[in-house]
Design a protein around this ligand. Structure first.
Ligand code: AMP
Length: 360
């Protein structure tokens, strides 16, 4: 079976690493000459709107999937004429726009921060008056890793902020005084069978994910699964979806979804019976889902900007290096380390060792 992937970054690369043992082949459509997934399959180097190359991809593969959600709607619509596309155009339409996303949560009875659509500075002034400060202004589309957003703390922060974010459609959200951030990685098959990985505790630095730790018997697991199931059923979703939540007042508020494999699920490569990457491929290919059970205690630490010397990373016991083969650049995710240990105390000790290496 040949899988077409829109996007050829590290997520595409890890999909191919998981799918190759299942006998799958891969083709990636990505305009970047140095797309790091290209080492694992065919690279169609073209823009996402290039219909000649999209048609070529559709002709070559059995189905198409995505490694990022900001794919133009026309690209998805065009491909869908010729080849099955998972997840659906509707799932992508909602996930790439924070207004659609939060409105869907609200319609499904899933708690969210207070939010308002912002089309002008006047809208922003009115929404700040209604929601209060602190609040977070985010572009509706194309924001990631904390980009395209600004925290408004004092009244002086409000003036001119709409222009500062580019005078594009935005969402204002009430600032959530969360006690923690967790994510749930779910996978739903074509026949509706759904499985969940254990909730993951996430720590960010300047909006970029730094550390994910898989939980055991998290008291909010059932609630997170309930909220996530509502979305998956509503969208008749196929594939892996990540749900990001704020932990607040003993409950959860939904922050966002990602209709794809997710950074906070990277630990599953060594830390679960079947990884998020393999399960995504199983789901879109119509194959039986694999077990999402945890194997040992796991954590993932991102390497941002630079991968520490390979020999030092792999010298740490229980540590598995994932090097993306990308050029090192400040602020860029260039690799990660997965730790899988026998118990939590060992895991915590090994996390400190990897953190020390990152700080060197
Ligand atoms: P996002 O791009 O929406 O995932 O936001 C990136 C990070 O900013 C989140 O992981 C949070 O740490 C923080 N953040 C985003 N929205 C809010 C909010 N409404 N209240 C508090 N912190 C937030």
């Amino acid at each position: 079976m040949k899988i077409g992937v829109i996007g050829g970054g590290q997520l595409g690369r890890m999909l191919a690493l998981a799918g190759t043992p299942l006998g799958m082949n891969f083709a990636f459509l990505d305009p970047a000459p140095d797309a790091c997934a290209a080492a694992l399959g065919e690279h169609l180097r073209a823009d996402y709107g290039d219909q000649d190359h999209l048609r070529q991809l559709a002709d070559e593969v059995d189905l198409v999937t995505f490694e990022f959600e900001s794919v133009p709607a026309e690209t998805v619509a065009f491909l869908s004429q010729f080849v099955p596309v998972y997840p659906s155009a509707e799932a992508l339409r909602i996930a790439r726009d924070r207004w659609f996303e939060k409105s869907m949560f609200k319609d499904l009875g899933i708690p969210t921060p207070a939010f308002a659509d912002i089309q002008s500075q006047a809208d922003l002034d009115a929404a700040v008056a209604a929601i209060g400060l602190p609040a977070v202004l985010k572009t509706r589309t194309l924001g990631y890793d904390g980009k395209g957003q600004k925290v408004l703390r004092k009244p002086e922060d409000v003036a001119g902020t709409f222009a500062e974010l580019g005078s594009v459609a935005c969402l204002l959200e009430g600032f959530v005084p969360f006690t923690g951030e967790v994510s749930l990685i779910a996978v739903r098959a074509r026949d509706g069978e759904t499985k969940f990985y254990p909730l993951v505790h996430n720590t960010h630095d300047s909006g970029i994910l730094k550390l994910s730790v898989a939980s055991t018997d998290h008291p909010l697991q059932a609630l997170a699964e309930d909220y996530s199931s509502r979305v998956l059923k509503h969208l008749d979703y196929v594939g892996v979806m990540a749900f990001e939540f704020f932990e607040v007042d003993g409950g959860l508020k939904a922050n966002e979804i990602a209709p794809r494999v997710h950074n906070s699920g990277h630990w599953t490569t060594e830390g679960a019976e079947c990884s998020q990457f393999e399960n995504h491929l199983r789901a879109v290919a119509g194959l039986p889902l694999g077990s999402t059970a945890k194997v040992g205690e796991s954590a993932m630490l991102n390497f941002i900007g630079v991968v520490p010397p390979v020999e030092k990373v792999i010298a740490i016991e229980d540590c598995h290096l994932h090097h993306y083969g990308k050029a090192f650049k400040a602020g860029r995710k260039v690799g990660h380390a997965n730790l899988r240990c026998a118990d939590m105390a060992t895991l915590q000790a090994q996390i400190i060792k990897v953190e020390a290496l990152i700080a060197e």
